[in-house]
Design a protein around this ligand. Structure first.
Ligand SMILES: [Zn+2]
Length: 56
């Protein structure tokens, strides 16, 4: 389920404040030194560093 149009534009990574990129069921931080992947549950982004998946 795509996120509401315009929502991505106002969302930023809580760790580094870089823009986020929607990929499958996650929002990926575009920060070069960050790259955390935030889950989207029931269409609602969970922008919590504790819930984010660390890049490999
Ligand atoms: Zn980040």
């Amino acid at each position: 389920m795509p996120l509401e149009a315009g929502l991505l534009e106002i969302l930023a990574c809580p760790a580094c404040h870089a823009p986020l990129s929607e990929q499958e069921a996650e929002l990926i931080c575009t920060g070069q030194d960050c790259g955390l992947a935030y889950p989207v549950r029931d269409g609602i982004p969970v922008l919590l560093v504790d819930e984010a998946r660390r890049p490999a």
